[in-house]
Structures are given as structure tokens and as C-alpha cells.
Design a protein around this ligand. Structure first.
Ligand code: FES
Length: 167
């Protein structure tokens, strides 16, 4: 391949990818700017409404993970259970998690930790599962209280009950 003289033009696919990631990163803030893998690997979601720190989401239609990058929330559905997680790895509060759709696991790229879709630790350096936000059913929707977050090691009972059962 010959080097470009005076700078190479971006090919179309690369330009579109770059533009999309920039737009997502702009929504996500600085945490995702550093790690665009999350934006690439997880479908996006936005709250339908909010009241203070309480965000209202539609119930995910199928199993998997969706990210609200602006608010740092991952909404995950596992059969009839819906969870809301922080996007931040519980090992070091500087790394964002990514979703591996093929293996259906969350992954931390920093130290290669793996988590189940319900947030339980599979392997790696963290000493606890993914942190869960308080959630409740609100009519047809899911209310996520981003002011209330539970760590498995310090609030095991509350962490275990931070789930909504859907039909
Ligand atoms: S920062 Fe995530 S496993 Fe270390």
C-alpha cells in the first residue's frame, strides 16, 4: 500500500463509523469517549421520561442488554427479570463494561472480568457483582432510581431484590 501524500482521505465506511462513534461518545460523556467498545457492542436506550434522578424506561422486549449512555445505565433483561446496572466496572471505577452478545456476558476490558447477564461475577479481579440501581415496576414501564445504587458486598439483600419481574 502506498502512503498518501499530504494526508489520506477517509474511506466512506471509516468516516461513517467515526461519525457514529463520535455522536455516541458525545451522548455518553468522557467515560465512553475513552472506551467506544461499549457503544459498539450494546444497543442504545433512552428514558421516556424522568423525575429528578428517577428514569422511566420501556420494558426491554427481549433478552439482552441496552445502554443509556447519557445516564450511565445498563438495562438488562434475562427471561422475565429486568435489572438496571451501572456501566462502571465494580473493580475500578474508571472502566466501562461492555456486553458480549454471543456469549451473553458483560466484560470488563481492563482486566478481563466477566459477569453474568444478571450482574453476578463469573471470573476476574472484582470482589463483587455489577452494581445495581433500585428498580420498580411503574405501570407498563420500569422506573430506575439512579440516586440509589446497591453494591452486592455491602447491601446484599437490597442488591438481590433490585429486580423487576415482567410478564
Ligand atoms: S477494572 Fe474491571 S476488572 Fe479491573
Amino acid at each position: 500500500m502506498r502512503p498518501c501524500e499530504g494526508g489520506c482521505p477517509l474511506d466512506r465506511a471509516r468516516f461513517l463509523r467515526s461519525t457514529a462513534l463520535t455522536a455516541l461518545a458525545g451522548l455518553a460523556g468522557t467515560a465512553l469517549l475513552a472506551e467506544p467498545a461499549l457503544a459498539q457492542s450494546v444497543g442504545s436506550i433512552a428514558p421516556m421520561s424522568s423525575s429528578g434522578k428517577v428514569l422511566m424506561y420501556a420494558v426491554p422486549a427481549k433478552d439482552g442488554a441496552l445502554i443509556d449512555a447519557r445516564n450511565g445505565v445498563i438495562l438488562a433483561r434475562v427471561k422475565n427479570a429486568v435489572y438496571a446496572f451501572s456501566v462502571i466496572c465494580p473493580h475500578r471505577a474508571t472502566t466501562t463494561l461492555e456486553w458480549l452478545p454471543d456469549s451473553r456476558e458483560f466484560h470488563c476490558p481492563r482486566h478481563d472480568a466477566l459477569f453474568q447477564p444478571d450482574g453476578e461475577l463469573i471470573q476476574g479481579r472484582p470482589d463483587r457483582a455489577m452494581d445495581r440501581y433500585a428498580v420498580r415496576r411503574a405501570g407498563k414501564d420500569i422506573a430506575v432510581d439512579t440516586a440509589t445504587i446497591f453494591q452486592q458486598d455491602t447491601a446484599q439483600d437490597a442488591w438481590g431484590h433490585a429486580v423487576v419481574t415482567v410478564g
